[in-house]
Design a protein around this ligand. Structure first.
Ligand code: PLP
Length: 413
């Protein structure tokens, strides 16, 4: 036995990250056969058609022009007040609900999830998300000594499975008094699905019904990490209006992140936004999450918070950022259009893709299919029940032909 000095609850922690594993295999292949030959569909960031990491040009310009003291100095633990205001305004667009809100700066969208777990579930509780989900949700739950359960995202017609959602919510609430559900929409990772307004009506109906039991605390974390690549700004935010006038014991938290929308992935800047019709609930939210920030990372990146405030407060700069981002949205759209069209032609089943960085092909043996694809120099991420393709990172000319090769690989493994 190997020597272990870790505390009991920490023993055996080991993150096997399939995404980084697949990415390393792609890089190795590129070093051996040349980058041109290799399709690396593992990366969760926008690469342009030359496969260079994209920084939105105006974001870069504003960032480089920040006074150095705005970059290096500490920030208030809760976040710069201007940032919190601007992040809230940008998160809602024209769809601010009739409700009180409050916000706390976080280390990206990951920080939102971390604090939500810490402050809205009991140790040992189970959180809920869909069966297709971003792997770190589980790591975050486990590290906090919580569990994660799933409902089935799609029914047999590939529509949002509100029945499965309802039965899991009810099942978990018979066992515990608080329930945090995480829904990643629009432009869900890994499928690219976005809940429709009627899906949203169903979700909120289920949660409102659950909240009729006053002894329960019902929390919905809406992870909007990819919202800026989900379609027209206000059209993809209409669901937010529905967050007004909900029961006092039903809290909505939105996870705002600058990672994708402002191409600031490594700068670790985001905000958690609470929405409630009860003033005490949003005040408590600000207090307890600020406290957890102090205990977790202290303050976050001041320069990046200042960057967002600077962009928002100059309408011409904001318009320019949105224009540049829209060009990349269209680039991703072109890539996904090719894949979807070719998948249809090759009879390759896909999960419903609406928008976003990723699309998913369901598979019985994802690891074997991915290994087989390596022979074609195609690298994708094997998930539990499918294969994730990062259309954000693969130029159109490399997407062409990919669906047919996947169909062939699926036929032989
Ligand atoms: N949520 C989802 C579904 C994601 O895919 C990501 C990043 O990949 C995040 C949240 C959080 O990203 P960050 O912590 O960089 O904001």
């Amino acid at each position: 036995m190997t020597l272990s000095l870790a505390a009991t609850h920490a023993k055996g922690k080991f993150a096997t990250d399939k995404i980084f594993g697949a990415s390393a295999a792609a890089n190795k292949d590129a070093a051996q056969y040349g980058k041109d030959k290799v399709v690396n569909a593992t990366i969760g960031a926008i690469l342009d058609d030359k496969e260079t990491l994209v920084c939105l040009p105006t974001v870069e310009k504003v960032y480089r022009n920040l006074p150095i003291n705005e970059v290096i100095n500490y920030a208030p633990i809760a976040g710069l007040p201007e940032f919190l205001e601007v992040a809230t305004a940008l998160a809602f667009g024209d769809n601010r609900p009739e409700a009180y809100t409050s916000a706390v700066a976080t280390s990206g969208g990951s920080g939102v999830i971390h604090h939500t777990i810490a402050n809205y579930t009991e140790i040992g509780d189970t959180l809920l998300t869909s069966d297709w989900y971003w792997g770190p949700y589980k790591v975050l739950c486990q590290d906090a000594l919580r569990k994660l359960d799933t409902y089935t995202l799609f029914d047999e017609k590939q529509n949002f499975n509100s029945k499965s959602f309802e039965s899991k919510v009810n099942e978990l609430l018979t066992k515990q008094d608080s329930l945090v559900t995480i829904i990643n929409t629009p432009a869900h990772n890994p499928t690219g699905y976005s809940l429709s307004d009627s899906d949203w009506d169903n979700v909120l109906e289920v949660l409102k019904t659950a909240a009729k039991d006053q002894s329960k605390r019902v929390i919905l974390l809406v992870d909007i990490a990819y919202i800026d690549y989900a379609g027209e700004k206000n059209a993809c935010r209409t669901f937010m209006k529905k967050f007004g006038n909900l029961p006092d014991n039903l809290l909505i938290i939105m996870g705002f992140s600058m990672s994708k929308g402002y191409t600031m992935y490594g700068q670790r800047t985001g905000a958690m936004i609470s929405i409630s019709k009860n003033k005490d609930v949003v005040q408590e939210f600000a207090d307890i999450n600020q406290f957890t920030s102090r205990a977790t990372w202290s303050n976050i990146n001041r320069g990046c918070m200042r960057l967002l405030a600077t962009i928002y407060n100059d309408k011409a700069i904001l318009a320019q950022v949105e224009k540049e981002r829209n060009e990349y949205y269209n680039m991703i759209r072109d890539r996904s259009d090719i894949f979807v069209r070719e998948a249809k032609a090759a009879n390759l089943q896909m999960l419903p893709y609406i928008a976003g960085f990723f699309l998913t092909v369901p598979a019985k043996n994802p690891d074997a299919v991915c290994d087989k694809l390596h022979e074609e120099h195609i690298f994708a991420v094997p998930l539990a029940k499918g294969i994730r393709i990062a259309v954000c990172a693969v130029p159109s000319f490399k997407i062409t032909g990919m669906a047919a090769k996947m169909a062939q690989a699926m036929a032989v493994v």
